[in-house]
Design a protein around this ligand. Structure first.
Ligand SMILES: *[C@@H]1O[C@H](CO)[C@@H](O)[C@H](O)[C@H]1NC(C)=O
Ligand SMILES: *[C@@H]1O[C@H](CO)[C@@H](O)[C@H](O)[C@H]1NC(C)=O
Length: 365
């Protein structure tokens, strides 16, 4: 037997000890930040972490998106070693207050009072009508402390006073605000998503309007609205567990590479710990994510974990094969599956396993 085949047998013996994996192996994780960014900065921030802004509602856990996630200004300011509420009364927390000017906000997500630069831009709470114990308004606009104070004084009474612990219970906690999505247009052109994933087109009635080239989604009903890209909104970054390895390898070499590589640095091979594998594709969402990944492939087709062995097609990690129409008797040597970078209508191609091409690996959780 040729050595490649022996290796395949060994790999498949490993496979047989696995439980059959049901459903998708492709996973997405979200990471939120407690800050408010312009669209461009939010996009760049996610990208710098190898992540992307939200493009599909399926990526999104709505229960996660509450005001408690974000820092919010309150009517308290520190300077010269002490702090005062906006109504002029002293703040009686014994902690040291800096000599420099600092402004108070509620931290995320613990809602403790903290002091920081007054030039940060946060959402804020206003006292609606009186000096205290009036009802509290939440303002979903990220402003500097002084601008927030001006806003409250113009529209309501003042920034909120939270002198008593029980006032925290009066803070509204069911507020509407927007978060950036990865969807935008250039100079009034077509709407595009920065990941290449399809756009949900779940617009709020009356949207999109002529003004605003960047799209945010409501935290309440997930409806889309277009806004000025320079306004500041919270954002979530999403990451999936799939990487494209842009090296030309045979199917066998690709399998070994996936199983030995470091996900953070796909060209670095570490121990043979089988925490990664060649990709399995078992549903439409998997396919969408896979096609956004192979966009940058150097070869037209890319290896997947689809393999024919002993009269049977399977994914090498044990996932069920959803395709009915795979050849029951493939041409000799044509035992390995690819996806085509340039044709997303064909779910798979069957190719000679000794051809060399790029490949997709995923991380197991
Ligand atoms: C990989 O294969 C592609 C397509 O055949 C080729 O254009 C490219 O130069 C190859 N890359 C390397 C590093 O061999
Ligand atoms: C994609 O593949 C299908 C099926 O082979 C074919 O009909 C179609 O023309 C191809 N599309 C492109 C853009 O090559």
């Amino acid at each position: 037997m040729e050595s490649g085949l022996i290796r395949t047998l060994l790999n498949l013996l490993f496979l047989s000890s696995l439980e059959c994996v049901l459903g998708s192996v492709v996973q997405q994780h979200s990471h939120y930040y407690s800050y408010y960014f312009t669209w461009t900065n939010a996009e760049a921030n996610c990208r710098s972490r190898s992540m992307a802004l939200l493009t599909q509602q399926s990526e999104f856990d709505k229960s996660d998106i509450t005001t408690i996630r974000y820092h919010t200004w309150i009517g308290l300011k520190g300077q010269g070693g002490q702090a005062r509420w906006s109504d002029g009364t002293d703040y009686d927390d014994p902690r040291e207050i800096s000599e420099y000017e600092t402004c108070a906000y509620l931290t995320s997500p613990s809602h403790a009072i903290a002091f920081g630069s007054c030039h940060s831009n946060f959402f804020f709470y206003c006292e609606k009508s009186g000096p205290s114990h009036s009802s509290i308004a939440f303002v979903p606009r990220a402003l500097k402390w002084e601008d927030a104070e001006t806003y409250c004084r113009d529209k309501y009474y003042d920034l909120v006073l939270l002198k008593d612990k029980d006032r925290f219970d009066d803070l509204p906690n069911d507020d509407l605000f927007y978060i950036w999505t990865g969807i935008h247009r250039s100079n009034g052109g077509d709407w595009k998503s920065s990941t290449g994933l399809p756009i949900d087109k779940n617009w709020k009635p009356g949207q999109p309007t002529a003004n605003g080239d960047c799209v945010a989604t409501s935290n309440k009903d997930m409806k889309m609205i277009n806004l000025d890209c320079d306004t500041l909104w919270p954002f979530y970054c999403f990451q999936d567990n799939v990487v494209l390895v842009k090296e030309n390898k045979t199917w066998e070499e690709a399998l070994e590479h996936c199983r030995a590589m470091d996900m953070a640095n796909p060209s670095l091979l570490t121990s043979n710990n089988h925490r990664n594998d060649l990709i399995s594709i078992s549903g439409p969402l998997d396919q969408q994510i896979v096609w956004t990944k192979i966009d940058e492939a150097i070869t037209n087709e890319v290896w997947t974990g689809l393999r024919y062995f002993v009269h049977k097609w399977f994914w090498v990690d044990g996932t069920d094969v959803p395709y009915q129409d795979l050849p029951t008797c493939p041409v000799r040597g044509q035992y390995c599956g690819t996806v085509d970078r340039d044709n997303s209508t064909i779910p798979w191609n069957i190719r000679d396993c000794n051809e060399k091409r790029n490949f997709l690996c995923y991380k197991k959780y």
